[in-house]
Design a protein around this ligand. Structure first.
Ligand SMILES: Cc1cc2nc3c(=O)[nH]c(=O)nc-3n(C[C@H](O)[C@H](O)[C@H](O)COP(=O)(O)O)c2cc1C
Length: 395
């Protein structure tokens, strides 16, 4: 069933309470999610986005209960990814001539996924408009790399709604739809997790885009993202948060991340945590074993951190593969302005700490010279390395 968002704008998506993983298994979902599509019924009828492929038949059935599909004048595809375009193929079989408004790159991503089916694409650029009657129009805003080259947002005049697609979204199931009805803690945690894990690599583009949108002087009364809660109350709050997060965000937090085989590296991790609490009692310290903690949740903590300490034992003249995999993800996320230090154990050759330093430097961290390097397991003598290591991390 469609649900009113504002005046003649309706939500017509899918709320997925059971979703546990997204992007395959690459993004963990703790509080469900939704795929938000929107229907605008002015003199013209407009459909903005659809839903993920598994829900396409439910979506089309719902839509048919609300409107005659042939009454859809325009389809807006803000983003080609299959969680928003998943119902397009089946929908277009029923209404093959309906114009689809999207970016040039979305034509490529849609045809790349669904094949060249001769859909009636209308390519739009930033500033292009589409009259929809009753004195209202849509204004298109390209959002390249937020988070695909094909992404765009659509603004509805008079109602002053920004349909932002993935930007400002959260994987968060909320039956009541709106942010003023949400569990604020969960919603903001999920918004930050989405930003840290999906959008942070594109922070410079995001900062430029936020400034550009500001320069348009469009009043924004509501932001309707494609996942999670609609920002009805004070929508500027999430724009302000994005501006903060994208500007090398940090809190007074140090995050310690490690993996271990026989607990030697774990002992070092906890000694470092104790020393941080001793040297800087107000600093928040969090300790995570990579093998036991969700990687997306750790990355949200990394976004909040001013410094990180990363530990691994030496294995096969290198680091544990779990730590190597985690580092590959860390590098992708392109965090800025954060310090890092390396620690670890060794038996006979001891490469883990120098290798960790090299990998952390490649991931864009300011790596401190000090280290905590322990042969086999921590002895009384080894403790002497910890204060200087922590002092340098906190400096
Ligand atoms: C499979 C395996 C491979 C290892 N390879 C190396 C190595 O190449 N060089 C080295 O110095 N130590 C090596 N070690 C020794 C570990 O670094 C050492 O046992 C260390 O104390 C383990 O730390 P942990 O207690 O944090 O797991 C290896 C140990 C294991 C079990």
């Amino acid at each position: 069933m469609k649900r009113q968002v504002k005046n003649n704008v309706y939500w017509i998506g899918y709320i997925d309470w059971e979703l546990k993983h997204f992007h395959g298994d690459d993004y963990s979902v703790e509080h469900g999610s939704s795929q938000n599509a929107y229907l605008i019924q002015e003199e013209k009828t407009v459909l903005i986005d659809t839903v993920w492929i598994p829900h396409r038949f439910d979506f089309i059935e719902n839509l048919e209960q609300e409107i005659d599909l042939h009454s859809i004048d325009y389809i807006i595809a803000n983003h080609g990814e299959c969680d928003h375009s998943g119902a397009l193929s089946d929908l277009m079989e029923k209404i093959p001539d309906t114009p689809i408004y999207c970016t040039k790159n979305a034509v490529k991503s849609l045809e790349g996924q669904y094949g060249k089916k001769g859909w009636n694409f209308h390519v739009v650029k930033t500033g292009d408009t589409l009259e929809i009657g009753n004195g209202k129009k849509l204004i298109f805003i390209e959002m390249p790399m937020l988070h695909w080259p094909d992404s765009m947002a659509t603004y509805l005049t008079e109602d002053n709604i920004l349909f932002s697609n993935d930007a400002f979204g959260q994987h968060y199931a909320i039956e009541e739809l709106f942010n003023d009805k949400a569990d604020r803690c969960v919603m903001m945690k999920e918004a930050m997790k989405y930003y840290a894990n999906i959008l942070n690599p594109y922070a410079p583009m995001l900062i430029r885009k936020l400034k550009e949108i500001e320069s348009f002087h469009l009043p924004i009364d509501m932001i309707c993202p494609s996942h999670g809660a609609i920002w009805r109350k004070e929508p500027s709050q999430i724009i302000e948060k994005y501006a903060e997060w994208a500007n090398a965000y940090q809190e007074d937090q140090v995050t310690i991340v490690y993996d271990t085989m026989w607990n030697g590296t774990e002992k070092i991790a906890h000694k470092i945590a104790e020393e941080i609490a001793h040297q800087s009692p107000n600093t928040i310290v969090k300790v995570f074993n990579i093998a036991k903690t969700d990687k997306n949740d750790i990355m949200t903590e990394i976004l909040k951190s001013k410094a990180i300490a990363l530990g691994s034992p030496t294995v096969g003249n290198d680091i544990l593969s779990s730590v190597a995999g985690w580092l590959a993800f860390l590098k992708q996320l392109k965090f800025k302005g954060k310090k890092a230090g390396a620690f670890g154990t060794w038996g006979w050759s001891g490469e883990s700490v120098p290798h960790l330093k090299k990998y952390l430097t490649e991931a864009g961290f300011h790596v401190i010279d000090e280290e905590v390097k322990v042969n086999w397991t921590m002895q009384e003598d080894d403790l002497a390395q910890v204060p200087a290591f922590v002092g340098s991390l906190l400096k």
